[in-house]
Structure formats: C-alpha cells, structure tokens
Design a protein around this ligand. Structure first.
Ligand SMILES: [Zn+2]
Ligand SMILES: [Zn+2]
Length: 287
C-alpha cells in the first residue's frame, strides 16, 4: 500500500527538521505525499513546496491552529492546501503569534506575584531561541528548586486552574473554520481521539462543527488505536465528513513518532488524497 502523511511539524513551529529536511525525510520514507502543518505558522511552506518540486514529491501546504473548545480548553484544526499568500490567513496567524508573545510575560508576572523569583530572560534561555511555552517555565522552576520536577511545576503553578495559568488566545470555532476556508484550506479536525470525549459527545461536537464549515476529520493518527480508528472512520462516513490522517511528526522532539508510520503501526493510505481533493474542489466551488 502506498502511504502518505498529512500532519507534520518543522522548525517553523516546534519540529526539529527544517521544511526541506522534512520533505527529504518523507521521500526517504517512501511516502507519496506529505503535508506540512506547523502550529500557527505558514513560514515553512515556501521552502517545503520548493523542496517538493525539486524532488518530485507532492507537498500539501497546511497549518494547524487551536480553537476554543466548548466547555474550555482547546481543539486542533488542520487546514490542508492553504494559500500561503492569503492576506486574511497571514493576519490571523500574526494575531495568534502576538497573543502568544504577550502570554509569557503575564505568566512571569503571576509567578512573581506568588513570590517566585523568575525572569522572562531565564525562560527564553531554557527555550534556546525557540517558541517559549509552559514546559520551559516548568524547567526553570525545577532548575531553581521551586518544584521538585516538571509534573509538580505544572500541578502547583502552570496547569489550567493553577495560580500562574494564563489562558491562550484562540479562535472561536466559527472564526477559525472561516479563516481556513477563505484561504482555500480544507478544515479537518486533528486527532479527535485526544479530545477524550464520550462517543456521543464527540459526534455531537462534529455535527456542530460541520454546521460551521468543518469538512473532515483525522481518523488515522499515531495515538489512535485500531478500535478508535474504526470508530472514527464509521463516524466520518455517517456524518459525511472526509477522512484524513497523519503522524504529527515533530522529529527529535517527539522521538517515538516516526514520519509516516507514527508509533510503528500507522498506515495512512495514499488513496485518501483523491477524496480530500474532491472535497476541497466542492468547497471552493461553494457546493
Ligand atoms: Zn495538534
Ligand atoms: Zn500537530
């Protein structure tokens, strides 16, 4: 069976391979196509598309954004075949990146207010020039002896509901779906299994999202077991949603997850591509 991988990250977000290196790795892995779907960023797409053209490998330009989840928290949405030049998409992603940059100083303020002496510079040093996130705060809290380990740092300070928690800025579902659609991106709910919802609740959520413009779901995913995969394929058929699949490859940052094969058993059939493309053509035609 010919395989593809429609969910990967590069150095444009929190992956460890450059876009060109990722495309090379996809070709070495024997994949027929690879989508580049960095978090809140399309900065890697031009390089990935050029590498794909050079190598004769199909590269799907994509992005992964977070949406507000009803009841709190987030859910992830992939946009496949987005236009990297779309002004609305560029503005929307710039807004998310500004919000992210404003979040970290607020976490520092909260920690200082709790009597924890910590500076943004220390956290940035822990991120070694990459995107700063809560794992880096946890690292500094451990290094300073404020928490015994990362888990304690999250539990006492950083997790949702803890005193130094600052919520992330996210799009409302309707807003995020419209943003991707307007940029030509086929909106696909990423890793529905990670939402950890009762089957009936997930089905209700998918119906709601479909009403707002969702076109597909990621049934094939590294951390979906075979039973869940079958259930999601059935759900997609019943709700008339397209099926996608990918590993969520991050390179060395998530070393267990391999490009294409995920934790070892992932198989995303290349035959899905035709269905996804047809679905997108219908979307663009307004059908
Ligand atoms: Zn995700
Ligand atoms: Zn991802």
């Amino acid at each position: 069976m010919t395989l593809i991988d429609l969910h990967t990250h590069t150095t444009a977000s929190d992956g460890s391979l450059s876009p060109a290196a990722l495309v090379a790795a996809a070709q070495e892995a024997g994949l027929a196509a690879v989508a580049v779907t960095d978090h809140d960023s399309i900065a890697g797409l031009a390089e990935a598309l050029a590498a794909g053209q050079e190598r004769g490998l199909e590269v799907v330009p994509g992005v992964e954004i977070s949406l507000q989840r009803p009841g709190g928290g987030s859910m992830h949405l992939l946009g496949l075949w987005v236009d990297p030049e779309d002004p609305g998409l560029n503005q929307g992603l710039a807004w998310l990146q500004r919000a992210r940059a404003q979040r970290n100083p607020r976490i520092v303020d909260r920690l200082n207010g709790l009597g924890v002496p910590l500076t943004l510079a220390e956290v940035q040093a822990a991120a070694a020039g990459g995107q700063v996130g809560r794992p880096h705060f946890a690292q500094v809290l451990v290094d300073k002896g404020v928490a015994a380990n990362r888990q304690e740092a999250f539990g006492r300070f950083l997790k949702r509901g803890a005193p130094a928690y600052v919520d992330k800025a996210r799009f409302a579902p309707a807003q995020g779906l419209a943003l991707l659609r307007a940029a030509g991106g086929l909106p696909v709910l990423a890793h529905p299994g990670l939402l950890d919802l009762h089957p009936a609740v997930l089905e209700e959520l998918l119906r709601e999202l479909k009403g707002l413009g969702l076109e597909g779901l990621e049934a094939y995913y590294s951390e979906h077991d075979p039973a869940l995969e079958r259930r999601l394929l059935g759900l997609a058929a019943r709700l008339e949603l397209a099926v996608s699949g990918g590993s969520d490859f991050h390179g060395g940052l998530k070393p267990d997850i391999r490009l294409g094969t995920g934790l070892g058993t992932l198989r995303v059939p290349a035959a899905l591509l035709a269905g996804l493309k047809a679905r997108r053509r219908r979307m663009l035609a307004g059908a």
